[in-house]
Design a protein. Structure first.
Length: 461
């Protein structure tokens, strides 16, 4: 059966979709890019905010339409939105053949096999995941599932459950498999990466994960994403500073800088704690790039709260800030609060933060001009466009690009000199040399690693 998997939402959903592709392929399925030719379409939904829910519904309806207009015979909806709204979706979307929430997607292959849509496994696949995009050298690796923080605005615990850390051996094994598939950069992701290991009894924490990945793989870039400030410890910073293959980059969501707003949000940090953590990071890891996210328009947010946020952002000068306007999510504590910030005020505050940060980012980036560094090439030159890539302080898909004066093969590293900032968020750099060495072979593991099954249910659920 020809099949297509449509992935919506965050990078953690991308990881799940790659597992579905591997499982379906192992059972005789043939992945295709064009929905017109797919006999089976799986839509991996996101239910984080209203806009994501609408996008998910639109994708499901488009897939269902192809049951009449194309080759499609079966439509399956899986993931976070289904987890929260399964009953309503079943009633409203009878044209969808199967709904599986995020907690039950280990049943995907079983259900499809029972319906005669896929056969028994034909081959043993070397990994638990298959990549179907354009940049196989950039991959994402989940180290845990779920979240225990209970932020007032967030529905993630309702969709993904409580925090569960994966076994270190399984994480290392998956990283080795990704390296075998060509990964040159892995991005470690979780709802809170710094929370890793607190639910386990083996004493393993994020520093141990990073040391194991450095020791037992040869992946050149290892990047940390989504760490709450309070979980960034001296031990973690010591590892990042000591290991050259761990990118000097931290994604540290703060959400706000007003203590009164942070308290209503049920965030674990306050302004002074955040300030201290940023200072500690910059002292311990010279040159580190720190990205954050903020929410404006949260219930009860005053003009003074916004002024505090703006002043704090100007003081701290993060490299990048993603800012979002608050929208209430059903089932969360914040949804019970009066949504008392008018939409036009939210938009105005959003624009004020974005405009301030545009100038801050430009200034921070100007300080990088003249630096010599490595770039991971995203696209070679061609068709009238220059080659492009990302320097260490640019995370995949969110932090812009570096345009190259000179060419290099996609998926390879080059040594460059940063020459200018372009349009506030991008760089231009001169290619000094290209890494001619092919990707290094995976190192032999120094521990006995279990062979992981291909079932999503056996890993991380």
């Amino acid at each position: 059966m020809k099949f297509a998997v449509v992935t919506l939402g965050c990078d953690k959903n991308t990881v799940d979709s790659e597992r579905y592709v591997a499982e379906l392929r192992a059972h005789g399925g043939e992945p295709v890019d064009a929905l017109d030719t797919a006999e089976l379409i799986v839509v991996n939904t996101c239910g984080f905010i209203d806009a994501a829910k609408k996008e998910s519904l639109d994708a499901i309806l488009e897939a269902a339409q192809r049951k009449g207009d194309g080759a499609c015979r079966t439509v399956v909806a899986v993931g976070c939105m289904v987890e929260r709204h399964k009953a309503e979706m079943q009633e409203a979307l009878p044209e969808v053949d199967l709904f599986l929430g995020a907690s039950e997607t280990d049943r995907l292959v079983t259900e499809l096999h029972a319906r005669g849509l896929i056969g028994d496994p034909e081959t043993l696949h070397p990994g638990v995941r298959l990549y179907t995009g354009d940049t196989p050298w950039v991959r994402y690796l989940k180290v845990s599932e779920g979240c225990d923080h209970g932020c007032a605005f967030c529905a993630i615990p309702l969709m993904r459950g409580r925090h569960r850390s994966f076994a270190l051996d399984d994480i290392v094994r998956e990283a080795q498999l990704l390296e075998m598939q060509g990964a040159r950069e892995i991005n470690l992701v979780a709802q809170d990466l710094a929370h890793y290991g607190r639910d386990r009894q083996d004493g393993m924490r994020l520093p141990e994960v990073l040391r194991a990945l450095v020791r037992e793989t040869s992946i050149p870039w290892i990047r940390n994403m989504y760490l709450y400030p309070s979980g960034i410890t001296p031990a973690l910073l010591e590892v990042i500073a000591a290991e050259s293959r761990i990118v000097r980059y931290l994604d540290m969501p703060i959400q706000h800088a007003s203590d009164s707003v942070l308290e209503r949000m049920r965030r674990p940090e306050r302004q002074q704690r955040i300030r201290e953590r940023v200072a500690r990071c910059r002292d311990a890891v010279p040159g580190v790039a720190i990205r954050t996210t903020c929410i404006v328009g949260f219930p009860g947010e005053s003009d003074d709260d916004v002024a505090q946020l703006l002043a704090f952002l100007e003081e701290i000068a993060f490299e990048r800030v993603g800012v979002f306007a608050y929208s209430p999510q059903e089932g969360t504590r914040a949804a019970e609060m009066p949504d008392d910030v008018p939409e036009d005020v939210k938009r105005d505050r959003l624009e004020r933060v974005q405009e301030l940060q545009r100038h801050i980012t430009a200034s921070r980036y100007e300080s990088r001009v003249g630096a010599r560094t490595r770039v991971l090439v995203q696209e070679s030159a061609g068709d009238g466009h220059p080659a492009s890539g990302r320097v260490p302080w640019q995370a995949d898909d969110i932090d812009g690009l570096t345009w190259l004066d000179g060419d290099a093969p996609a998926g390879r590293f080059a040594e460059v000199e940063v020459t200018e900032v372009v349009d506030d968020y991008d760089f231009r750099a001169r290619v000094l040399s290209v890494d001619d060495a092919p990707p290094a072979a995976p190192r032999v593991a120094t521990r006995a690693l279990p062979v992981m099954g291909s079932s999503v249910g056996s890993y991380g659920r």
